[in-house]
Design a protein around this ligand. Structure first.
Ligand code: HEM
Ligand code: NAG
Ligand code: NAG
Ligand code: NAG
Length: 637
């Protein structure tokens, strides 16, 4: 008995010794960097902590504040969106969270961001955080090194201006589909829309299915447009195809809805749990795998026959670059040194994950913010009228319109939403495992020790007053507007901004070499954030491949909606339609103010689950024809 106790005591003493000595070692490593640091009992990404923190928080907080005040906040999941720029204002543009397990470097400095994103080999992606996304196959998002180079080279070929123009057309069609479901004659007029989140998800899904697979998906009641590829009609159908439990659309939508469950829990475990949700999740996964195999086989056959579908069709392009025509006519054979079958499936899946929720959430937030900020919406209307007049969307021409649209309120609303609510709130990187790396900040050199983890905190660098000139807030008296949604800031001339660092020739060629460039628009009157201070799509060779596509589809959808309509916050919670129509302007403004406050509070409570989104809440809105607004045409004048 005594010897068991002695053994336990020894083991305990040893773990304390080991814990303390690891911590001391890492503290001395942190000192070596010359950067500010805080010491914490574990790292912010320590999984057991992340999973159990809710249990510990009240216990920790019951101790004197001075014991935990310094380190606790950055350890609580959701820290960066919740605290904006506060912690960096306190510790500095970069600070390190030191724990026995690792150095975790939080970065909110444009100069450092530029170096870390451009030196890909020195600061590789922290691919471990994406491990769960690899189970459908190796792909461009989750790989590193030579494998990544090959994937990036082959996938980026599709992301060009020609395809952006094709997506422009499809986005018009899809946005019109969404508008129709909102204005159907069967809908009661002046009806509150409670489904913005679902509808923007559907919009993004329909567009990404087109981008990824060349498929034309429909809105309820819609018919296939002329010239659509009938062979693929089974995927566009709202009924399950033969041998499937779900329709293709439902398969994807369901799978994406349960994505975390599917990625974390093995399928056979899901099958054992007798709940509707787990069974549905497992079904969607099974159906997805089947649909994808069938689609891939069809595309390989097509490639063998030398055919191709019209449209963007990323998967078809991957197949064509990986399979050549065989000896027999119509036979497709794999090419050496290209993507395998599994690789193609992996990339197809990752394009959906990377391009669906990100775009949908951006669109969702833009719509809510426009309804919450009627003055900005009026300016948007004005810009749309100037650029597009009352031309029919089907006549809109990508080449002549995309630049003026991007440089108008359409682009400003998008840019501002991705500034304040970036889909990816923190971009994970690390220092090479075998060598320390030096970065320069404000003329000082800092050694970042090998194996340190890095987080480029997008949401905080987007609110760093050093890079974002602010004006007095119109919403919160006595504060500046850096935390407000103000698309107009994109029209403040860059001359006002200090520290303007021109991008170097080097940066340019790197982006072009790897594809995914944002296009040529520049204009002297626009605010241009310093490079590295605005990273919703990350930057450098590993920046977002779909950036141009995402920008195009979002501003086109906005143009289609707002050329003819206004979006207002619904005020049902505070007053009925009858009450509103009997109100004085002052009373109406008060009611709207309550809806605005409520909407802003919900946005403030957004959480990041894979991407940043509303936390199970929704903001009800009303779509009205322009000229029939109850509030939108005068509130906040
Ligand atoms: C508003 C919409 C979008 C946002 C905010 C966004 C943001 C990002 C960010 C921040 C990254 C870097 C992630 C990291 O380094 O860890 C990224 C990578 C990527 N994105 Fe997007 N994205 C959007 C839309 C899209 C779309 C529509 C597609 C595809 C059609 C796409 C495809 C990709 C791919 C393939 C990568 C990986 C690139 C690589 O690692 O080489 N994204 N995106
Ligand atoms: C928004 O950002 C894009 C680049 O990402 C730029 O081309 C466009 O001009 C910006 N729009 C405005 C109004 O600043
Ligand atoms: C909808 O609201 C507008 C603006 O208040 C009003 O003019 C119109 O009559 C309403 N339509 C119906 C059907 O209630
Ligand atoms: C950056 C760094 O030095 N991190 C180290 C902190 O301590 C642990 C445990 O000793 C090491 O594994 C890390 O490499």
């Amino acid at each position: 008995m005594q010897s068991v106790l002695a053994l336990i005591g020894l083991a305990l003493a040893f773990s304390i010794y080991s814990y303390v000595s690891k911590l001391r070692h890492n503290i001395s490593e942190a000192k070596r960097t010359g950067l500010p640091y805080i010491v914490a009992p574990c790292s912010p990404i320590f999984l057991p902590w992340q999973m159990t923190h809710k249990f510990w928080l009240p216990i920790i907080r019951s101790f004197p504040k001075s014991w935990w005040e310094e380190w606790l906040e950055p350890l609580i999941p959701g820290f960066s969106y919740r605290t904006r720029h506060e912690r960096f204002a306190r510790h500095g543009d970069i600070f390190i969270v030191v724990s026995p397990g690792m150095l975790f470097v939080m970065v909110c400095n444009a100069e450092a961001v530029r170096q870390i994103t451009s030196r890909r080999e020195h600061f590789p992606k922290l691919t471990e955080t994406y491990e769960i996304l690899r189970q459908f196959g190796e792909n461009v998002l989750t790989s590193e090194g030579m494998v990544w180079r090959m994937h990036r080279k082959i996938t980026s070929a599709s992301f060009n201006e020609k395809n952006a123009a094709i997506v422009f057309k499809e986005a018009i069609r899809q946005a019109q589909g969404m508008l129709k479901t909102w204005t159907r004659p069967t809908n009661k007029r002046n009806e509150t829309i409670n489904s913005l989140d679902r509808d923007t998800m559907r919009l993004a899904l329909n567009i990404i299915a087109y981008v990824g697979f060349g498929l034309t998906l429909l809105w309820p009641d819609e018919k296939l447009p002329e010239g659509a590829n009938l062979k693929f009609a089974k995927y566009g159908s709202l009924e399950p195809a033969a041998g499937h439990k779900l329709s293709f659309v439902d398969t994807i939508a369901t799978m994406l809805e349960y994505i975390l469950m599917l990625l974390l829990v093995p399928r056979w475990v899901l099958r054992l749990i007798p709940s509707k949700n787990t069974q549905l999740a497992a079904d969607s996964h099974e159906d997805w795998t089947k649909y994808m195999r069938e689609l891939l086989d069809e595309k390989i056959e097509e490639a063998g026959r030398g055919e191709r579908v019209e449209g963007m069709d990323l998967m078809g392009q991957l197949v064509r670059s990986s399979y050549g025509a065989g000896q027999k006519t119509g036979e497709a054979v794999p090419k050496k040194g290209t993507l395998s079958r599994q690789d193609i499936l992996g990339n197809a899946f990752i394009m959906l994950v990377a391009g669906h929720e990100t775009t949908a959430n951006a669109m969702h937030f833009i719509l809510i913010e426009l309804a919450t900020n009627p003055a900005s919406q009026r300016r948007l209307h004005k810009d749309i009228d100037e650029i597009l007049g009352d031309t029919d969307p089907s006549t809109w021409d990508y080449d002549s319109l995309i630049s003026p649209m991007m440089a108008s309120m359409l682009g400003a609303c998008l840019n501002e939403t991705l500034r304040s609510m970036p889909a990816v709130v923190e971009i994970p990187k690390k220092v090479t495992p075998d060598q320390d790396q030096v970065i320069t900040m404000d003329g000082q050199k800092h050694v970042l020790p090998k194996r340190a983890m890095i987080s480029l905190v997008a949401v905080s660098v987007h609110r760093n007053p050093r890079y974002w000139p602010a004006q007095p807030s119109k919403i919160h008296t006595g504060k500046d507007d850096i935390n407000d949604w103000v698309p107009e800031r994109w029209f403040r001339s860059s001359q006002d901004a200090t520290n303007k660092a021109p991008e170097t020739e080097n940066d340019r060629t790197e982006v072009e070499e790897f594809g995914g460039d944002g296009g040529p628009v520049t204009s002297a009157q626009l605010f241009r954030p310093e490079r590295g201070s605005y990273i919703p799509f990350s930057d450098g060779p590993r920046s977002c491949l779909g950036r141009r596509i995402a920008q195009v589809e979002i501003i086109v959808a906005l143009a289609v909606l707002f050329r003819s309509h206004s979006l207002e916050l619904a005020v049902d919670e505070w007053a009925s339609d009858e009450e509103v129509s009997g109100m004085s302007r002052e009373k109406k403004a008060d009611v709207y103010k309550m809806a605005q406050d409520s909407s802003r509070a919900k946005i403030g409570r957004a959480v990041s689950v894979l991407t940043l989104k509303l936390n199970g809440e929704h903001v009800p809105v009303r779509l009205v024809k322009r000229g029939e607004e109850r509030f939108g045409d005068w509130v906040d004048e």
